[in-house]
Write a protein that binds this ligand. Structure first.
Ligand code: R5P
Length: 309
């Protein structure tokens, strides 16, 4: 292995520590502060000359701060003559801005990718990216891991034998199929129609859910609105119980309370975004530290990541 070091931004330092311990790579010493006017201040407190550097930073809320911090880390590494600079983004903020919905809109996911490159980042590693086209926005190597096997392993014992995996919309059918295959469960699909800029309505259900427990999956839970709407449609169709799973638990505001009030019995997410303890509650958090550690071990010795996909 080359000399390798992980630097933790403030996006999820607990995950960075866990990955560092599991892969046996040191956490670099650095200072991350704010200038009085709110500007980001990053300083590396050790040499990185010639080293492989892994910048572990989910660009979760506060998104703009975390994104800017990532750029600052990369720039500091580049100017300090680091070897290869890897951005490890367990969660890629702005991923939902991956296309224009009308004229005169930015594609912010592309801006972030190009700015990563401009900051000196050579390679990006992420998990369950919102859409695969984002990989093409970065002009360099880009690897996307999946947390679906980790989530399925955690949920397998909790789901009744007659459960059904539900995709909340047509865009998540591929992801839902992966869950269904791994859990050996049937699949159902909801179809939504956009009513306005912020409102959608479920119009169709394909699949059998009557009397069954539904595992509704998504790549991320933000406000919980998508899943609450899905629960309502599935309940109208006679579903008997509800579990939800997603890789990225943004869980903004009262998302967990909204889901619980809607009748969701279990919310399973990973720690791509740090979560608060919810002892006795519906939230279950499974760690992606082992997945990332496995990937970093392989990257450090230039091995293929194929078996992790
Ligand atoms: C949408 O394209 C995403 O895949 C999620 O369904 C969505 O972002 C979840 O957001 P919320 O929880 O606010 O409905």
């Amino acid at each position: 292995m080359r000399e390798c070091v992980i630097f933790a931004g403030s996006g999820n330092p607990e995950l960075a520590r866990a990955v560092s311990e599991q892969v046996g790579m040191p956490l670099g010493t650095c200072s991350v502060e704010r200038f009085p006017d709110g500007e980001t201040s990053v300083r590396l407190l050790e040499s990185v000359r010639g080293n492989d550097v892994y910048l572990l930073q989910p660009t979760c809320p506060p998104v703009n701060d975390n994104v800017m911090q990532l750029f600052a880390f990369a720039d500091a590494c580049r100017r300090a003559a680091a070897g290869r600079i890897h951005a490890v983004l367990p969660y890629y903020g702005y991923a939902r801005s991956d296309k224009r919905h009308g004229r005169r809109e930015p594609i912010t996911a592309s801006m972030v990718a190009l700015l990563m490159k401009a900051s000196g980042i050579d390679h990006v590693l992420t998990i369950d990216l919102h859409t695969t086209q984002i990989e093409g926005f970065f002009p360099g190597p880009f690897d996307t891991l999946t947390a679906v096997p980790t989530l399925c392993a955690a949920m397998r014992g909790e789901l009744p034998a007659d459960a059904v995996v539900v995709s909340p919309d047509a865009g998540r059918v591929k992801l839902a199929t992966e869950y269904a295959q791994r859990l050996d469960l049937p699949l159902a699909v909801l179809h939504k129609r956009r009513e306005s800029g912020s409102e959608t309505r479920v119009t169709h259900l394909v699949g059998e859910v009557e009397g069954r427990t539904c595992l509704i999956i998504d790549d991320m839970i933000s406000t919980g609105g998508t899943l609450v709407e899905s629960v309502q449609a599935l309940r109208d169709a006679g579903a008997a119980g509800f579990h939800v799973a997603a890789t990225h638990g943004l869980l903004l505001g009262n998302a967990i309370a909204r889901l619980t009030d809607a009748g969701v019995q279990r919310v399973c997410v990973t720690d791509t975004i740090a979560q608060e303890l919810d002892e006795g509650g519906v939230l279950r958090v499974v760690s992606v530290a082992g997945l990332l550690a496995g990937a970093l071990r392989k990257l450090a010795s230039d091995e293929s990541l194929e078996e992790l996909f």
